[in-house]
Design a protein around this ligand. Sequence first.
Ligand code: ASP
Length: 434
Amino acid sequence: MIKVVKFGGSSVASSTQFEKVKNIVLSDPKRKIVVVSAPGKRRKEDNKITDMLYLLSSHVKYNIDASSLIATIAERYEEIKTELNLGVDIKREFEIIMENVKKGAGEEYIVSRGEYLSAKLMASYLGYTFVDAQDVVKFNYDGTLNEELTAEATKSKFEEVGNMVVPGFYGAYPSGEIKLFSRGGSDVTGSLMAMAVNAERYENWTDVSGMLVADPRIVENPARIEEVTYDELRELSYMGASVLHEESVFPVRELNIPIYILNTNKPNEEGTKICKEASAQGRFVTGIAGKKNFKAITVTKSVNADKLTAVSDVLGVFKKFSVKLEHIHTSVDSFTILVNGSEIEKTLYDVLSDLRRVNGIVSVDVDNDLALVAVVGRNMVLKPGISAKIFSIFGKSNINIKTIAQGTKEINIIVGVQNADFEKAIKAVYNEVI
Ligand code: ASP
């Protein structure tokens, strides 16, 4: 059986971090496929290699002298190489990069070199084979991922070379040209590798020991989430709890490969397991997340207007301005649409004026002061009275509930409160249910 292990930027930020990675990888012979990010920050004021590479690409684009920036980036790799006494020729690698840039290689190529070089060093350090993501992560020409080709290419490469290190974050179009995932995309690479070899598990090593039940900036010392289902994770990440790239769940989900979020700096701590069906035991609330600054747009139709037509015309306005909707509540003659404030920031007045022109609409009101708190838990379905309990917590804490929504899978209850009550609401729920 194989374990695919992915190490994030902070786990490969320096030679000391490389040493920790080596201890982790070599302590279990099943850890045969290693995916790495580009080196991240070593300390708070430091820069991430990826950010510097984006900057480098702008220098190249606008013809600004980039020699000192290149030297700074190269120095990060040189330092790791020298301290670990590795045989990778960093100087030559940078010459090749600049030659390719001169030949027209663009931003995605330049930025991908962050993980490319990180993987070169890691492969040499672990004694594993370096496999370029360009050869195994395959995109279609329209920019979508070709999962089938990726699985095939990865599997056959793995069968050929055995233990391997693959750079995260990028792949290639059929032409061979480099294509990046969105930021944080090495998580997706790891997931794809795990899918391709039907791994026993996908370990995502980072600098925290798993996910927390609530945001530690709001709740002091929150408990760790031991197990979370793919569905719960999606709800939590959607509402702001970010630990993994959103798309990393899809490749492993069907094969039911569990993902573990683990801490490179504290490898003995347990972390969080993400899987299809987690145990029914434990707390009824898995996690609490939320976001501020939503808007509730309430549209009232005339008594005689047909509701279905009115709803569909109103939604058409949101579609016209490409505004994503969060929730829709309807009552007899009015309906309220919740949207993320930043989604509609630029188009709000156009949307409102179009809404006012929809046939049969008599008024449109906006509530600008809305935060959403999502209480997520697979075990909530099994227990009657959970919503009542949550609402009573708000009542006891004197928090006015502005709106309520429940997802169709019954794994989340969403409560809208004033922005000013947001932190208080999260603390209150946490203190009562955990
Ligand atoms: N290095 C890339 C980033 O900073 C990708 C990753 O680390 O997953 O976004």
